[in-house]
Structures are given as C-alpha cells and as structure tokens.
Ligand binder design. Structure first.
Ligand code: HAM
Length: 422
C-alpha cells in the first residue's frame, strides 16, 4: 500500500526555529509593555460551549454563521474552538465572581480559529494578543487602552494608522439602522452577493465591505456619527481630547463598524501598509453590554486584540534578519573519554545559567560542521588527552576571539570573555 505523507491542516502553520525565536522575542517585549500598564495574564480554555460565541459575538455575524470550528463532543455537547478571546475571558470572570467591585486589566496570548479563506495574513489558526479592561465607563479607559495599543505597536517597530469611530448605544444604533436601510434598499441590486445577503439582518456591515461597488454606495450613506445619542457623542469628544493630549494621531472613519456585535460606543483599528487587504494589525472597542448579556453584573469594558502573524510578517519586511538565537557554547567530544567530561562540564555551566549544546564523539570535521549549524557563539573541541595536561582552545565562531588554557579554567575564561551568565 502506498504511503501518503500527512501535512498540516490548510491555513494552520507550523512555527519552527529560528522563526519561533522571533515569536518568543516579540511575546517577551509585549509582556514588558503590558506590565507597564498594570495588566495581568489570564489563560482560558481554547474550547468553549458553542452557545457562548453565538450569544457574545452575535448570531448574525460572519464569524458565527460561517467561520466557527464547531463539533459535537463525545457526549453530544456542541463545542467550538474559540474564534476570539473576549467571550471566554468574560465567561471566566463571571464564573469566578471576579468583577464585583473590581477593575481587572487582563491580557491573553494564544491561538484562535476561524474557517476563513486562507491568504497572506489570514489563517485558519492564528494567534492573538488580547487586552481587556473592565469596570471603567469613562473615556479615560478608552484613551489608556489606545495608548497601550500604540505602545505595543511602537515596541514592535510597526508603523500604523489609528482609525476611530463610535457606534453609540444599541438604542441609537437601532434608530440609525432604519435610516441606513431606507438608504440602502434602493441600491440593493448594485451590492455584492454577501452584502445583499446581509442587508436586512446586519446592514451596518455593508459600510465596511471591501468591494469597490459597495464602498461607492457606502460613501453616500447617512453617517452613524450624525445619529449618536448625546452621552455617546460626549464620550467620543472626551476620548479625542485625551488622545490629542497624548499626541496620538488618529483619523475618524465613519464607516468603521467591526465584525462582532458586542461593541458599544468606541471602536478602533490600527492599519498598516504592506499586507494588502489584511492590513488591520490590531482592532477593538468598548463592549459595555456584554458582561450583563452573558449573565454577569452590569460592567463597562473595553479591549482589543492584535494579530501576531501580521505583526511578525511586517517585522520581517523591515528587519532583514533576526538576531541569532543560538546557544552561548558548543562543546564537542572527539572520543568517549572526553564525552563524559563534556557532559559533566555542560551541566555545571547550565546550572550557572549558560546555554550549552553538546555533541560527539565525532571527527573534527563533523563536529565543526555541527558547531556551525548550532549557531553557538563559542566552540570547544575536546579529546581525552586534553583532559590530562594539554591546553584546550575556546574559539569564537563568528569572530576572531579565542582563549587557550586548561580545561578546568573554562568557566572562568568564559566569564572573562563576557559570555552572559544571567
Ligand atoms: P478581530 O477584529 O476579529 O477582533 O481580530 C483582531 C485582530 O486579530 C485582527 O485585527 C487581526 O490582526 C487578527 N486576525 C483576525 N482574524 C485573523 C485571521 N484569520 N488570520 C490572522 N489574523 C487574524 C477580535 O477578535 C476581538 N475579540 C478584539 C477585541 C478584544 N475587542 C474587544 N476586546
């Protein structure tokens, strides 16, 4: 029987070294920015009951209608691989009673799943860093979380433009929906198939359709910003004043509506050049009604998520090569007696915090090849006879640095050469 090779599921990617090193670096630098804003990490399951997403994201959204990985558990429960992180975080906080009288600021990192058509910057398994602030109704929370999003992007070296809009309250939006429908219905025939389909159930989505003919019609539509309730309008002004005070530039995009139904008032997206139609690297907004809608106490909230793959793709456009992620030292044994000495010394150095790889026994030629592949900063090749008197040679792989001396002195020599012992 012919053997077929198995491959990863379409739209789901393996992340191998050295790429995984670039991911770790980025995650690490994001974590330190998040700490500056007092955010703590929350880890929630990747699988939730399907009803959670239908209730939180909205029955009539593309995500819930077309994109979820939903399956029956062995006992018949309907479960779904999370398409986003906000719903699970809200569910967890309600379940653990973590919202009463508190204002948690939380972040999460991890895989999300959407059955979309894969293309550059759009995958079926992708990774988000998400941040959620709870318990603050005022525009200060919006301003602070937008400042945090700006700093995260700056820390990753990603230039992007901030777009802002306000969706008002569900009541003001319901009034606007009728006004918008009255404008759109006579144009129904000119809309794309998707928009014709969504026209009656979710007409606001027509406003941010990417198809040129729909955009043309959307440009002439009455604007939601002109139909905001007075509190939402004041909130939007207060937010803009705070952004101006912090020198954060933005443009108001009256057609920015977002693809999830839980938003109230402020919505925002950061858009970068270089990824074609998948240029939105970070997006979010306020969702004051969601906690109560999922059975928790009335709690205002705002958050966003950024797409890790999109950030990394943009970084690789601007940075020719990632810095080396190789170990500090390669120790190669030329024969059996040297091997046990090398193992012993490697453990000793590792317990002092140094990264070491060990190889052998092997010929000089094969060890040198392995040393090069390891991308270690320094290498030592050692035979049994070097242990009893002779000097060993420590060599820098990419530079000219070297040291010659007794095997017992190696740790001290490394420290003198400035090899990091954390
Ligand atoms: P979202 O706009 O659906 O919002 O996704 C946020 C970001 O995740 C996008 O801007 C994009 O960078 C990335 N992303 C989304 N789908 C894909 C995909 N198929 N492939 C690669 N990257 C993707 C949310 O998920 C909300 N939960 C954000 C939020 C948090 N709002 C409030 N709190």
């Amino acid at each position: 029987m012919a053997k077929t090779t198995l491959s990863a599921v379409r739209g789901m990617n393996d992340i191998l070294p050295p790429e995984s090193g670039a991911w770790q670096q980025l995650e690490q630098s994001f974590r330190s920015v998040l700490a500056q804003y007092g955010c703590a990490e929350i880890r929630v399951p990747i699988v939730e009951q399907s009803a959670l997403f239908a209730r939180a994201i909205g029955d009539v959204t593309d995500i819930v209608q077309k994109e979820m990985y939903t399956f029956a558990d062995r006992n018949g429960d309907s479960l779904t691989l999370r398409p986003e992180g906000t719903a699970g975080v809200v569910r967890a906080l309600i379940e653990h009673g973590a919202l009463r009288g508190q204002t948690p600021r939380l972040y999460y990192m991890g895989p999300m799943f959407r059955h979309e058509r894969p293309q550059r910057g759009r995958y079926r398994q992708f990774h988000q860093l998400g941040v959620e602030f709870f318990g603050i109704a005022g525009a200060s929370a919006d301003a602070e979380i937008i400042a945090l999003s700006a700093r995260l992007l700056a820390s990753a070296g990603i230039p992007a433009q901030l777009q802002l809009n306000s969706l008002g309250t569900p009541e003001s939006r319901a009034g606007y929906r009728e006004i918008l429908l009255a404008y759109l219905r006579p144009h129904a025939q000119q809309l794309c198939n998707d928009c014709q389909e969504r026209l009656e159930r979710n007409p606001l989505r027509v406003l941010d359709c990417k198809i040129a003919s729909c955009q043309e019609i959307a440009r002439g539509a009455p604007q939601l910003l002109q139909h905001l309730d007075p509190e939402s309008a004041a909130h939007f002004v207060a937010l803009q004043e705070l952004l101006q005070a912090m020198d954060i530039a933005y443009t108001i995009n009256p057609r920015l509506v977002r693809g999830l139904d839980y938003y109230h008032r402020t919505v925002f997206e950061w858009v970068a050049d270089g990824l074609g139609s998948q240029g939105t690297v970070l997006a979010g907004g306020r969702y004051d009604g969601l906690v109560a809608q999922l059975g928790g106490p009335e709690t205002p909230a705002i958050g966003f998520a950024l797409g890790m793959e999109r950030i990394l793709a943009l970084r690789s456009l601007t940075q020719a090569s990632e810095s080396s992620t190789g170990p500090a030292l390669f120790l190669g044994a030329l024969d059996e007696p040297a091997l046990s000495a090398v193992f012993q010394r490697a453990e000793e150095l590792r317990s002092q915090g140094l990264s070491v790889v060990v190889a052998g026994p092997g010929s000089v030629k094969s060890l040198l090849k392995q040393a090069q592949r390891s991308a270690a900063r320094y290498q030592v090749l050692l035979g049994g006879s070097d242990l009893t008197g002779g000097d060993i040679l420590l060599k820098e792989q990419e530079g000219q640095g070297e040291w010659r001396g007794p095997w017992a002195e190696l740790p001290r020599a490394l420290a003198t050469l400035g090899v990091d012992f954390p």
